[in-house]
Design a protein around this ligand. Structure first.
Ligand code: FA5
Length: 342
């Protein structure tokens, strides 16, 4: 039985000329060189012949196989070159005179600290939620037990839009949304940018970040709150830091606490970064007020929970030793890069 691969090569060439991309090229390779391909079928036929004839036929098939492999490789190179050209043709024009020694960027200290805190809470079963920067009065205040004309609003004067909405003054504005969305039990954190009509100084900005957290379940107590606060701070700082917990008033928690950190810039001695007090208010917290649970559709007879509002921007200051909070919004790459290792 004589083996002839002329027809096979001709058909292959015909098919090859129609190939336009790597996927089609791979398909053709499988069709010809795959286990069930034409070449394998020819090789299987060898068992029907013997001796010199078998040797010759084997050689012919091998030649054909090598020919196909070579032509496929050439086609792949051709496709890659065409693809590159296509990208070059479609690419935006660039200025070849731009300097080539541009420094790589780095993450902002707040992004770094936010990711760290998110990782810590995620590992403890908290979900991470996003919330809008523009909110309504109900979510920012009323659903948090702060009715109109309540004096607590004075502390959080903000920027109002013409349509009555406002730039959120605190991440607590998302509490009601999270409660309605998930019901109880729930563990969630929600970082976000906050805005306040505020005179700025070394530890106050008009635009800053907080990271809020709530945990609601049956039998949640202050001990749970303290445990999570301690865990978060020791994981963030990875060294001993001094904190203090004192009573604090927020209409949406009862009881409420102020959690202060001993200033890491002056080590508690007093400096402009901590308004010379040696302490910085960092993470107020408390047990969620029953009214707030009720507004969120959660039965306060059955469930209790804690909430905290971590000052993320201040945490970045304390973690990286940033003396003046205003530097964080300054866009000064040279200054910022000191804290992020680039
Ligand atoms: C609040 O915003 C409450 N929503 C926090 C809260 C949540 C209390 C849940 C209880 C339960 P306060 O206004 O104190 O509270 O802000 C919280 C933290 O945000 C402060 O401790 C501080 O770390 C940070 N912060 C507040 N104002 C500024 C500011 N102007 N600049 C930088 N950081 C600020």
């Amino acid at each position: 039985m004589a083996i002839n691969t002329e027809e096979l090569r001709k058909k292959f060439e015909e098919r090859l000329s129609q190939i336009r991309n790597t996927v089609e090229a791979e398909g053709l390779r499988v069709e010809y060189l795959g286990k069930k391909g034409y070449v394998s079928a020819l090789l299987a036929d060898l068992k029907n012949i013997t001796g010199e004839e078998k040797k010759n036929a084997g050689q012919i098939i091998n030649d054909a196989k090598q020919f196909i492999e070579k032509r496929l490789a050439e086609k792949q190179t051709e496709i890659a070159a065409a693809e590159e050209q296509r990208l070059i043709d479609s690419a935006e024009r660039y200025d070849p005179s731009l300097p080539t020694d541009l420094q790589l960027g780095s993450y902002h200290p707040i992004t770094l600290i936010q990711r760290r805190v998110e990782d810590i809470f995620s590992s403890m079963g908290f979900i991470v939620e996003n919330y809008s920067e523009i909110v309504d009065d109900y979510h920012c205040f009323e659903a948090l037990n702060i009715p109109k004309h309540h004096p607590a609003r004075d502390m959080q004067d903000t920027f109002y839009l013409d349509n009555g909405q406002l730039l959120k003054t605190h991440t607590s504005a998302a509490q009601n949304y999270i409660m309605e969305k998930y019901g109880a039990p729930v563990r969630a954190i929600f970082p976000g940018r906050c805005f306040r009509n505020e005179s700025t100084d070394a530890c106050h900005e008009n635009t800053f970040f907080q990271l809020e957290g709530i945990m609601i379940d049956e039998d949640i107590s202050i001990s749970n709150l303290i445990y999570f606060m301690k865990t978060m701070l020791s994981e963030v700082f990875e060294q001993d830091i001094t904190v203090r917990l004192r009573p604090g008033f927020f209409p949406f928690v009862e009881p409420g606490f102020e959690l202060d950190i001993s200033c890491t810039i002056c080590h508690g001695k007093g400096c402009p970064s901590c308004k010379n007090s040696g302490w910085l208010e960092l993470c107020p917290c408390g047990m969620i007020h029953p009214n707030v649970l009720k507004y969120g559709g959660i039965d306060p007879e059955k469930y209790t929970g804690f909430a905290f509002g971590l000052g993320l921007t201040r945490l970045a200051m304390m973690k990286y030793g940033i003396k003046d909070i205003r530097m964080l919004n300054s866009g000064n790459l040279k200054a910022l890069s000191q804290f992020t290792g680039r």
